[in-house]
Ligand binder design. Structure first.
Ligand SMILES: [Zn+2]
Length: 510
């Protein structure tokens, strides 16, 4: 979707789920000549670049080559959700070498970690992601050219995301150590964002408890602090169990599990009319049987139920379950629900976002060279979109708004546990799709490196504001409390649902 909000997009129920800012953040933004007259625009001036912030920025510049290597290592590993063994270890080792104490494997997720530095209040959370997307293998070239067709690639730029976050945390740690600043930095290595899983299990396990605030960034098409939210979601598979029979010989003895899936889908498509226009239902049939001449005794489909808020999703979900029950009754089958994940809507935090925006104004967007702009235009040409290169602008700061086109993200869970702010930095050419080979290409070369360095600078400067201005965090927390209207976070996951662990592959032997 053209993202106005930072989220991850889960497209049409397909595996592509999540993240893509690309989908949640506008990759292509129309010119905004009337920004001054736009009632949603809020005037924010640049933050002051204090001596401490300048030290953090200088530290990041001095580390630039190492950070590019770090990002490239995660890019080359290109590990999909729950398989990020190399990526998480690479980031964990980077933090350890810079003075963080790292706990590997949290909340039952082998590829999650928490890196901690410092002591006492405030406790500031840095959210890092590093999973890739299936099937998006691509070289760092301006034309589509996979490294190995069909293998994963960083089509959401999470290699930049992870490297930018650990860079920001390490830069702040360096300044804290040198100046004896108080406070705690917690870097959360969050796996499986693209499948909307990692942070949901981490939140249920209490990993994010006790934070004063948190923040993250995402590579996108523009430089901005997006005002939007994201949709709440339940995703699950239903497995129907019937009875097989020869499809021509004695079909009357069969009970078709595929019929049950089809009747569920027919029921859901009738249900749509009686759901609010903000609701979204999507599905794919994962297993519809093996051969037409065999009545399928097993069939399986995967569903997403979304709406603007958690309460609505829970209500729609109950009605969807009734449709499934009805389909089973009609077909004489039974069924099992395999709940995969659920998330809340993300709570935007204007007070925190404003701090990040002010620092973005002070530091400025990435300065792309003519060669990088030419590379981006070549990508645009090869993608069939307008050849206007990479954004060199900072989009206006706007008050929160909801749109029907938002995706879903597991960052939402963190935003219910602590005020959570966001930054988006241009790392892909304007107008290209999200979850696309072009993002993989730009994430593996200097365009992506520049974006991650800019993000690290803006976030480290913002973090120094959070550390040294208690009133800022207080304002963030007051807004966060008001936004929840007395509602407390309750995990959408069934209590007995364990994370989907994918064991580490043994190294190949000759
Ligand atoms: Zn993403």
């Amino acid at each position: 979707m053209k993202l106005r909000s930072l989220v991850i997009i889960i497209l049409g129920g397909a595996l592509l789920s999540a993240s893509s800012l690309a989908s949640v953040f506008p990759l292509s933004r129309p010119e905004e000549p009337g920004a001054e007259d736009d009632p949603l625009v809020i005037k924010v001036g640049p933050a002051r670049l204090t001596p401490l912030k300048k030290e953090a920025i200088a530290w990041i510049d001095a580390e630039a080559a190492d950070l590019a290597k770090l990002s490239d290592t995660v890019w080359a590993a290109a590990e999909v959700a729950m398989e990020e063994y190399v990526s998480s270890e690479t980031l964990a080792v980077y933090l350890e070498r810079r003075g963080f104490k790292v706990q590997r494997g949290v909340a039952g997720l082998p590829t999650a970690f928490v890196g901690v530095y410092g002591a006492g209040e405030p406790v500031i959370g840095f959210l890092a992601e590093y999973d890739a997307l299936p099937g998006l293998s691509q070289r760092a070239e301006s034309g589509q050219n996979p490294v190995e067709a069909g293998t994963p690639g960083h089509g959401c730029g999470h290699n930049l995301f992870g490297a930018g976050i650990v860079a920001a945390a390490a830069a702040v740690k360096d300044v804290m150590a040198r100046h004896g600043l108080l406070g705690t930095l917690k870097v959360f290595g969050c796996p499986a964002e693209e499948t909307v899983e990692g942070k949901v299990f981490m939140a249920r396990a209490g990993v994010f408890d006790g934070l004063s605030c948190s923040f993250y960034w995402h590579p996108g098409g523009d430089n901005e602090v997006p005002p939007g939210s994201s949709n709440a979601l339940n995703q699950f598979e239903v497995e129907f169990i019937g009875k097989t029979a020869h499809a021509a010989g004695d079909p009357w003895n069969g009970r078709s599990a595929l019929d049950a899936v089809e009747l569920t889908d027919v029921g859901l498509n009738f249900l749509r009319e009686h759901l609010p226009p903000t609701a979204r239902l999507h599905y794919v049939i994962v297993d519809g049987g093996k051969a037409p001449n065999v009545v399928p005794d097993r069939a399986r489909a995967w569903y997403y139920v979304r709406d603007l808020d958690r309460e609505s999703v829970e209500k729609h979900y109950e009605r969807v379950l009734k449709v499934i029950e009805g389909a089973a009754l009609m077909t004489g089958t039974t069924y099992k629900i395999h709940f995969k994940s659920g998330v809340y809507e993300r709570l935007a935090n204007q007070a925190g976002n404003e701090v990040i925006y002010a620092n973005l104004l002070a530091i400025g967007p990435p300065a792309f060279t003519q060669e990088e702009q030419a590379f981006a235009k070549e990508i645009q040409k090869n993608s069939g979109v307008e050849q206007n290169g990479l954004s060199a602008k900072i989009a206006p700061f706007k008050r929160p708004e909801r749109s029907l086109g938002d995706g879903s993200t597991d960052v939402a869970e963190v935003s219910w546990l602590t005020p959570t702010a966001v930054l988006v930095i241009a790392a892909t050419p304007l107008g290209v799709p999200g979850h696309h080979w072009s993002t993989v290409a730009c994430s593996g070369m200097s365009i992506g490196h520049k974006a991650l360095l800019t993000a690290a600078k803006v976030l480290s400067a913002s973090c120094l504001d959070f550390l040294t201005q208690p009133q800022t965090i207080q304002k963030m927390r007051e807004e966060w409390k008001a936004d929840r209207h007395g509602r407390e976070y309750k995990s959408p996951l069934p209590a007995d649902l364990a994370p989907r662990v994918v064991p580490k592959k043994a190294p190949a032997s000759d």
